[in-house]
Design a protein around this ligand. Sequence first.
Ligand code: ZN
Length: 337
Amino acid sequence: MNNHQPNDLNPELEALDEHLRRLTIESFSQEWFSGKIRKPRDRNKWICFLGTGGSPRNLLTQTKRTGGFVLNFPDFMMHIDPGPGAIYHANYFGLDLTALDAVFVSHGHTDHFTEAGVVIEAMSHIMSQRRGAVLAPGELLEQGYITRFHQGKLPAPGFGPYRGGPAAVLAMQAENPLELHGDVVLIPHRAYHGNENYGFTLAYKGLKLGYTSDTSYIRSFECKSGEIVTVNSGLALGEMRDFIQVHEYHEDLKENYAGLDILIANVGFHHTFAHRHLTAYGLIHLLKDSGVKLCLITHLDIAYFINNGLAHDMARYIQEMSGVRCIVPEEGAKIEL
Ligand SMILES: [Zn+2]
């Protein structure tokens, strides 16, 4: 029988108990609940990729990371598409997500939304504060991809300190501008990839950025025989075999992402799965004569990383064919804006 009477303990265990009590209290820091961000806010303008890998094969092998990317301005920080590994790699690369002002989730695929809840807990300082905005498709909010708790809707009283959450939960609508904290205006744009899904363009003090999300682009193409082939799931591997040129495409995407300083493009594959993804061929067409100054290519399949240098080879091909500077960013590096 262990009735845990302190007087029954020998002096060594009594001292150990005291040691455990003291360090437990001392290390419990109220600063987590003070509403202050943990590190001084970084006043520089940058984008940092917590992953440049996409597609299920890469997601499962983590050949490249899948944590999305973080956009930072002097008074605004947003995490875009926090997939698996987002919080681990933010810490690994030294980013303080308690400074977040917004979390953007484009759609309900594993590599885009999985760690939204964790990142929201960082933004709201362990759900103790009302801080920041969550931007997501309405169906993700309604269907619980982002839980009611992480939307700041408490199911019952008695949640102790966890009474915070996002200050705003915004169900995006295409072409409906959203004014965010710190002079940021974000316009969601429809993406063509299955269920409700948005890319965006964003303006901040004269700087214009865009993000395609996962989207198809080419609707039909001309092949070497002169035949016009419709892009759909009936093509094996969604392959645009014997591609010569684009015939029909989603014109709204080319219009929406024209004239940007930086476009972040989710290119799944070079010429396959075109019915669901932006391909190299599609991106070349989108970028040509677009006025885009720099294209950051991300969300690539494992094929471009297990074959040494292939991701950069594809970026070089897109750059040569489109005339727009293209790079595959280095994960964890801060790309100055
Ligand atoms: Zn997707």
